[in-house]
Design a protein around this ligand. Structure first.
Ligand SMILES: *Cc1c(COP(=O)(O)O)cnc(C)c1O
Ligand SMILES: [Zn+2]
Length: 367
């Protein structure tokens, strides 16, 4: 049996359609009463569902076949022929063109199994697109709350899936507040990539794939951070592989943020935002422009535990990185170029195996 359990006060709740945080306000994790997940009887599915036996709470995921769009098992390639240890993972090759499909497929499978007929999501674009696509496949009505300045290409994608766009003037945090208000008013499922722990059962497949493709753990993974859904997923995935003795060491997690919106980098350096909230100064990397990430404490802990660190990059460095990648043949959205910009500032050693996600497709950006 699986329950939601509060990360703060440890209160437990059954998994129901309308529960998304604790009465105390704390974030929910998944708590399984029986021990999880053999890490050796994975199936031959060419998607994230190969790993369903290693997902927590899988008794709510048995209907995945009617929801999947073929997400996952993305290529892992050398970036330059001269350097076999620097690898890029092409998560822009996903059904909705970003890594968010890993989590969205799992979250919508849960929603379908709970019998919901409507979900609400809020997003800077890609999470909303992914939730909209899988909801369309599931026959579930979907409202996506976005900020008024979201890239028109992402909005077009969301609309094409038949979702309703609710445009909110204000910060990313205002968008989330509006969505949470509507969730309460309408008593519907909150398909939140930030709050719902099932999303991380999906993003954790990133680590499983890297492990299988390399036949071992990489030394280092670079991960972009907005709300930390890829970072935490990768962290959980590698940690579980380590506990299952499939890998021998934990990869170092190097987190990348845009200089103009780097609250977690600042928190990592010891700044406290309780008194005075962090202000986003504006970045072209819209997918990671998150001024107050709900899971920041967990993110900082994960980076510390892996002996990782933070790198921040300027707007010019991001745009330059995007151009360099495109000239190599990889057309990524501006947000996704942040990862390569971070790599260019990272002093890796020659024999360090490092994985960089290219996790959003270029046509998603306005230019
Ligand atoms: C969502 C997203 C990010 C940031 O992910 P978080 O989960 O918010 O940390 C980075 N790149 C792309 C392309 C994204 O879609
Ligand atoms: Zn609580």
């Amino acid at each position: 049996m699986t329950l939601y359990s509060c990360s703060e006060c440890k209160q437990v709740y059954p998994i129901t359609a309308t529960r998304w945080k604790c009465e105390c306000g704390g974030l929910l994790n998944l708590l399984q009463t029986e021990s999880n997940t053999p890490y050796d009887n994975w199936t031959s599915q060419q998607s994230i569902w190969r790993y369903v036996s290693s997902m927590a709470g899988k008794e709510y995921l048995s209907g995945w076949r009617s929801i999947t769009l073929g997400e996952g098992q993305t290529p892992l390639l050398e970036l330059n022929e001269s350097d076999p240890n620097t690898l890029v993972k092409l998560d822009f090759m996903m059904p909705t063109l970003s890594f968010k499909d890993r989590g969205a497929a799992v979250l919508v499978t849960l929603a379908k199994q709970l019998g919901v007929n409507k979900v609400i999501a809020d997003s800077s674009g890609n999470a909303g697109t992914a939730i909209a696509a899988y909801s369309a496949k599931a026959g579930i009505e979907c409202d996506v709350y976005v900020s008024a300045d979201t890239s028109p290409n992402k909005l077009a994608q969301i609309k094409a899936h038949g979702a309703t766009i609710k445009s909110v003037k204000g910060t990313r945090e205002d968008v989330a507040t509006a969505a949470q208000f509507a969730v309460k008013e309408e008593q519907v499922f909150y398909a939140s990539h930030v709050y719902n722990p099932y999303f991380y059962e999906g993003t954790k497949t990133y680590a499983f794939e890297v492990y299988e493709q390399l036949g071992k753990a990489p030394n280092t993974v670079l991960i972009p951070v907005g709300n930390g859904t890829l970072l935490l997923g990768a962290y959980y995935g590698f940690r579980e592989l380590l506990e299952a003795k499939k890998i021998e060491y934990m990869p170092k997690i190097i987190a990348i943020q845009a200089e103009n919106c780097s609250p977690i980098a600042k928190a990592f350096e010891g700044q406290d935002f309780k008194e005075k909230p962090f202000v986003n100064e504006g970045t072209l990397a819209e997918g990671i422009a998150i001024a107050s990430p709900a899971r920041s404490k967990q993110i900082v802990e994960a980076i510390r535990e892996t002996e990782g660190t933070f790198i921040t990059v300027s707007e010019d460095e991001i745009l330059e990185a995007r151009e360099i990648l495109a000239v190599k043949g990889f057309y990524v959205e501006i947000t996704s170029a942040v990862n390569y910009a971070g790599y260019m500032k990272y002093a890796n050693s020659r024999d360090e195996v490092i994985v960089i996600p290219l996790c959003g497709a270029g046509i998603k950006s306005p230019t």
